[in-house]
Ligand binder design. Structure first.
Ligand SMILES: O=C(O)CCC(=O)C(=O)O
Ligand SMILES: [Fe+2]
Length: 300
């Protein structure tokens, strides 16, 4: 029977699922993973920790300052009045995780949970990136040094806000994102190839994976950088935990040679993630449109 809706990938079922993984990345740009090795208890404890961090007094949350633009505390704003976030760049670096914990005066127990979660999720991100490469027949193994941004999101949904936007339509700018979405409160929607939105319904115990703009560049245009948004569906607080494997720290991102041949000429010019992030900010093109400016022919 053909599966309908967002695909599920069983991480214990490889190499059998490589083809399903590749199709999910090409057709959807997102999927849910099961058997991902992040313990359910760690996920639920992390959720509790995150909720309490987001409940800290404003003056404490403000100590969580930016390392790169937008990586630290984001207070509710006129543009996004329902949305608030804390974050850190980069969760693959244990000192950066420690300094995030110091900023927010977390307890010893909370620190342990955050550290374990950061390690488990970063490992999963690298494992997933390697599987994406294998699914395209590449043994590319460049992902473990890539920085991984971490962000915890709180949506203050109320009866008055039902039907309004929590986060506007966007693509993620990096390579791949791992989202522990709220296991009870829905609202995340992804755009299908047809252009219509499909709800990514909560599925407790799973993690939601979506590909960003850099996955499209690296795969030479094969993988879909899925557009998504969050809508307020219910009058209750929604919490999500997002981890973004961004891209090479200093080197340019480009499709490896095995993806480029006369039938598949290079689609994008090589560029650094930092330059691309700045371009997205400067142009306010948040839904992947900035990639069009990086196409090979747009420069010739
Ligand atoms: O909160 C969510 O479910 C999605 C958040 C998101 O898309 C993001 O942080 O980039
Ligand atoms: Fe996103």
């Amino acid at each position: 029977m053909k599966e309908v809706g967002i695909p599920y990938i069983d991480l214990q079922d490889f190499p059998a699922q490589y083809e399903k993984l590749r199709t999910a990345c090409e057709e959807w740009g997102c999927f849910r993973v099961v058997n991902h090795n992040v313990p359910t208890t760690l996920m639920s404890e992390m959720k509790r920790v995150v909720r309490s961090l987001l409940d800290l007094p404003m003056e404490v949350k403000k100590r969580n300052t930016d390392v790169i633009a937008g990586s630290g505390y984001m207070a509710p704003s006129q543009a996004n009045p329902l949305y608030e976030a804390l974050g850190l760049y980069d969760m693959s670096n244990s000192e950066a995780v420690q300094s995030f914990c110091d900023q927010l005066d977390v307890s010893l127990y909370q620190r342990e949970i955050i550290q374990s979660y950061a390690q488990a999720i970063h490992q999963l991100a690298v494992n997933l990136a390697q599987k994406l490469a294998r699914s395209l027949g590449s043994s590319n193994d460049i992902f473990s040094e890539w920085p991984c941004q971490f962000r915890i999101n709180k949506y203050n949904f109320t009866p008055e806000t039902v039907g309004s936007s929590g986060v506007q339509i966007h693509t993620d700018s990096g390579f791949l994102s791992i989202l522990q979405d709220d296991e009870n409160v829905g609202g995340l929607e992804v755009m299908e190839k047809s252009g219509s939105f499909v709800e990514a319904e909560p599925a407790p115990g799973t993690l939601f994976i979506n590909l960003g703009d850099l996955a499209t560049v690296w795969s030479n245009g094969k993988f879909c950088n899925v557009k998504h948004r969050v809508l307020c569906k219910e009058a209750t607080i929604r919490i999500s935990i997002a981890s973004f494997l961004l891209g090479p720290k200093e080197a340019a991102i480009e499709a490896p040679p095995e993806f480029v041949d006369p039938e598949h000429p290079r689609v994008y010019v090589p560029f650094t993630y930092e330059d691309y992030r700045k371009l997205r900010l400067a142009t306010k093109l948040q839904a992947g449109e900035a990639l069009a400016l990086m196409r090979v022919q747009s420069l010739t």
